[in-house]
Design a protein around this ligand. Structure first.
Ligand code: K7E
Ligand code: CUA
Length: 674
């Protein structure tokens, strides 16, 4: 058993490895590849290290993370931005932010949601039909999922849920822009997923808290059990453009538990999905029968077991065609039909579970119980046997069969306090985040995957993180073949890790070296994340991403086809039709053409701008003061704006992107005559 603590105060060599303590150079604890006297063996490097107070271990970590200027990272991590409503693309191992991808929230740098039609259209389409009149301009991103082919990330699209409003966004990884926001029918909130099925047939999303059904109706919390429902939604991915096709999607009614993290089966469990849950007590907060306060946290923590939902989605997709009832745009399978057709089973899972993660072989499902120091590992082959044998220990209040815990559980490992989420390597290990113990535990899975002479279901080692860790992500971690080299801890608090900056601190993402899965885990670097709270992330090999360098001339990024409003140089014009003024404008270094637009107050202005550049990175902005308009037009892009010129005056518009030596001259006038 290996244990390792990070004891910086003792200096670089303060390592406990394999039970051996090596403190200081005298011990020759040369785990760091140093030269035995605490230095690098290079006089220049040693001088720099001495001047900056760096230990040999610090130097090693710097080298492990270093990506020389002008060279590329090996991996890209797509991390949720929590209630920033965005997705952050981060190069790894350098941990450099490459892009904040606007999703549910307007983002001015990319001109997303500030007047041009890509962001405005996507944000508007993301407003649920029920209730009427929603105008959502933020979301709470939690779980990104990269599209897969044969269980491997394929780098085409990325999906992410909105925890707050029951929606999902689709990011097109050809240009790293959000192309669609889909409100999930019959769900008010979301959590379970996103995960894509191994060949990107569907992306799954399930509700977090149940809502009153039918959507749009009202019921008091006293009717929670009868009127509130959760949902498991299987959103059909269009294989050509990655967009969600609602009519070909389907949903399954779920009991009013709080469905939680979920994962997709793969390989032997392909065709199945797994959704954890808590609050099977169906507590609602407020006061108890005795009139004393009974907060949700207490009411929802009564039962020793909650339920892992096991769903046969491949069969459900077929059943939906005959038994699905169109409900707010999507075929919905009732719980009654789902039970009768054998689409859903429950498995007891101990003590307020959170994560539910499927290992790379598809055989093991690991669940962490927040209030239990163990992870519980279920065996899919045993689950199949139990289903075939009707090996039930009962049914829940809604009639869903509960598989016998002892029949389907294959092992439990005491990993430490507050286990949440689990990732895997290809060496038969699980890595579970420990929210309360501030660390990550590495343990072995079942006998058929365990390697290197290790014992099944054994704690191997833990590494300390700073501080409360939520999710963790390993490189290629949710695929059938994880890469065993990097892991990132996505921590909630940073406390004293970065320079003080007032009461709100950044969250802390920490890079950990997995050493081929052979350990010991080693913390390499901290990365402050001062622009959003990370929940989950997925890490893809950079060479699987094939983003375009330019748009074809006149492309509408929303459709990726030629815009009907695209022009080439020489076709610029202004046309008036009644009180509608339509402008076809080009943008290139370093001018707009036309650069003067004359309208009358109250006119509707339809503005089509084509960036006629075909040079990589030659982006031009377009901002109009006092009209709250800001766009970013990438090379080849055509963007459209429509607004009422309701403010009279001579308004300057200009390019917001410093595009050339004469960038400051790239400006013009919107003259709105009273
Ligand atoms: Cu654990 Cu929403 Cu995935 Cu956050 S959830 S940590
Ligand atoms: Cu175009 Cu600045």
């Amino acid at each position: 058993m290996h244990k390792r603590f990070y004891l910086k105060a003792f200096g670089a060599m303060a390592l406990l490895v394999g039970g051996l303590i090596a403190i200081g150079a005298a011990c020759g604890g040369d785990d760091d590849g140093g030269n035995g006297n605490g230095g690098s063996g290079n006089a220049d490097l040693d001088a720099i290290a001495a001047e900056r107070g760096l230990t040999p271990e610090d130097m090693k970590h710097a080298l492990q993370q270093f990506v020389p200027p002008g060279t590329y990272d090996d991996y890209v991590m797509f991390a949720s931005g929590g209630h920033s409503g965005q997705v952050f693309a981060i190069g790894m191992p350098s941990m450099r932010i490459l892009k904040a991808i606007a999703a549910f929230t307007p983002e001015p740098w990319q001109g997303y949601g500030y007047g041009s039609d890509l962001g405005n259209t996507v944000l508007a389409e993301g407003n649920p039909a029920i209730p009427e009149g929603t105008d959502l301009t933020w979301g709470d991103t939690h779980h990104p999922a990269i599209s897969e082919t044969s269980g491997e990330y394929d780098g085409r699209w990325l999906y992410i849920n909105d925890r707050a409003n029951g929606r999902l966004a689709m990011v097109d990884l050809t240009d790293w822009r959000t192309k669609q926001i889909v409100p999930v029918p019959n769900a008010q909130t979301s959590h379970g997923g996103m995960f894509v099925t191994p060949d990107s047939e569907y992306v799954h999303i399930s509700s977090k808290f149940p809502m009153v059904w039918p959507a749009g109706s009202y019921a008091d919390l006293t009717e929670y059990k009868d009127k509130y429902r959760g949902v498991s939604a299987w959103m059909k991915i269009d294989p050509n453009d990655g967009k969600i096709n609602l009519a070909e999607s389907f949903e399954i009614e779920l009991p009013p538990y709080s469905q939680d993290l979920a994962d997709s089966g793969k390989l032997i469990s392909d065709g199945w999905g797994f959704i954890g849950s808590w609050n099977t007590e169906m507590a609602t907060g407020g006061v108890g029968p005795d009139g004393a306060p009974n907060p949700l946290e207490a009411g929802a923590s009564q039962n020793n077991f909650d339920f892992l939902h096991v769903i046969n989605w491949k069969k459900a997709a077929e059943v939906a065609k005959t038994k699905g009832v169109e409900t707010n745009g999507v075929p919905l399978i009732s719980l009654e039909d789902a039970i009768a057709e054998g689409l859903i089973y429950l498995i007891p899972e101990p003590k307020s579970p959170h994560g539910a993660d499927v290992d790379p072989t598809g055989r093991y499902i690991v669940v962490g119980g927040k209030l239990d120091p163990h992870v519980t590992v279920y065996d899919f082959t045993k689950i199949q046997d139990a289903i075939a044998n009707k090996d039930y220990e009962g049914e829940d209040p809604f009639g869903i069969p509960i598989l016998t815990f002892d029949s389907v559980m294959s092992g439990q490992v005491e990993v430490g306090a507050g286990p949440l989420h689990t990732q895997f390597d290809s060496q038969g290990h699980g890595y579970t985040s420990l929210f309360l113990a501030n660390g990550i535990a590495k343990f072995t899975l079942g006998e058929d995957v365990v390697k290197n002479g290790e014992q099944p279901y054994t704690l191997i080692e833990t590494v300390t993180t700073n501080y409360n860790i939520g999710h963790l992500a390993t490189a290629e971690g949710d695929t059938v073949s994880p890469d065993d080299n990097y892991m990132v801890a996505l921590n909630k608090w940073s406390i004293d890790r970065f320079a003080p900056q007032g009461p709100l601190h950044p969250q802390n993402e920490q890079l950990i070296d997995l050493k081929g899965g052979l350990g010991p885990m080693e913390l390499i670097a901290d990365m402050p994340m001062g622009i959003g709270e990370p929940h989950y992330a997925q890490i893809i090999k950079a060479d699987k991403l094939n983003p375009i360098e330019l748009y074809e001339p006149g492309t509408d990024p929303l459709t990726m086809e030629k815009s009907p409003y695209a022009i080439v140089g020489g076709e610029e014009r202004i046309e008036r039709n009644g009180n509608v003024v339509e402008v076809w404008m080009s943008a290139t270094r370093s001018h707009y053409s036309p650069d003067i637009i004359r309208v009358k107050q109250g006119d509707t202005v339809k503005l089509h701008i084509t960036n006629i550049e075909q040079t990589r990175d030659a982006t031009h902005g377009f901002a109009v003061g006092m009209y709250n308009i800001q766009a970013s037009l990438d090379a080849g892009e055509t963007a459209n704006f429509e607004f009422v010129a309701d403010k009279s005056g001579a308004w300057n518009f200009y390019c917001t992107e410093f595009c050339s030596a004469l960038h400051l001259e790239m400006a013009g006038w919107l003259l709105v005559e009273p």
